[in-house]
Design a protein around this ligand. Sequence first.
Ligand code: MG
Length: 339
Amino acid sequence: MQFDIKKIRLSLKNPWTISRNSSSYKDNVFVKLEKDGITGYGEAAPNIRYGENPDLTMSKIEDAVSSLEAVDFLHYTDVDRLLNQSISGQSCAKAALDIALMDWIGKSAGLPLYQLFGLNPDRIPGTSFSIGIDTKENVIRKVKNALDFPVLKIKVGYDGDEEMVTWVRSITDKPIRVDANEGWKSKETALEKILWLQSQGVELIEQPLPYQMINETAWLRERISIPVIADEAVKKASDIAGLIGAYDGINIKLMKSGGIQEALRMIHVAKTLNLKIMVGCMIESSVAISAAAHIAAHADWVDLDGNLLIKNDPFTGIGIEKGKLMLSENPGLGVRPTL
Ligand code: MG
C-alpha cells in the first residue's frame, strides 16, 4: 500500500463569514491511497467548531494509516471498525480515509459509488447556494450571481440578520433556507426572529439555538410552522435519537460523520425515525463534495456548494447545471487531480 498526504490551501472567491467566524482561505488535507494498482482520493476539511485543525488532522491520519496495511480493502466495514478505534475526535481525519477507501472500492468494482449503493442520480435534489454574511452591495452581487440556483441558503443568527434577508428579498422571491449556526442564544429571540422569517418565505431553519439547548429547541418548534434542522447538534448516528421532538430533520456532513459509511448509517436511522435528511458540507473541494453527492439521492434537501466557493479546486469531476449536481460516470468518486 502506498500513501500520500498533503495540506492544500484553498483560496475562497469571497471571504466567508458566518455567525461564528470569518476567513478568506481554508487549509484542507488531501489523502491518496494506492493498493493493487488502484488509487483512492480523500479529503479532510478541519473545522475549528469541532476542535479540529489541519496539522492535528494530518497526524491522526498518518497514525491511522499503518493499521490499514494488513486489511483487505474489499472488507471495507472492517476498515470502518478499525478507523473508529484508531481515530478518536478529529472526525474529518476519519472522513478523509473513508472517502479514499470508498473511492478505491468503487474503482475496484468498476462502478461509480452511487451505482454501488443502488442510488439513482436523477433523484438528487438541486443544491442550495449559500450566501455568507456580507455588506449590502456584496450580498446583492452574490444573489444576482446565483440566479441559476433554485434555492438560496442565508446565514443568520447575528444582529442585523433581518437586514440581510431584506436585501436578498429585494431582488428575488425564490425560496430561502436560513442557518443560524447556534447564533441565537435564547428561545424567545429565536422565536421572534423565526416568526418574522416565516413571513419572508423562508422554508426551513437550521440550528437556531446552541446544540445543547434541546428542550428550548423543542419549545420553539411547537410555536413555528417551518421545519427545524439539526446541524451542530448531530455528528453521528448515535446522536440522532436524542433529537426527537426538537428537530424535524438532520444535516448530514461527511466531515462530522467521519465519512460515507457512517453517513449511510445516519440516513437509515433518520429514515427509521421519520426525520428529514439534508446532505450538507463544509468548505470542501470536488473530492469531498463528490463523495457527499454520491449518497445525496437519499436526501430531502441538498446543500453541497462548498466547491463553488473555491478559486483553486485541486480536483475536477463534478459539474453543476441549474443548481443540480452532475456526477461523473467514472468509477469511484469520479474525480481526478488537476495539478
Ligand atoms: Mg449549518
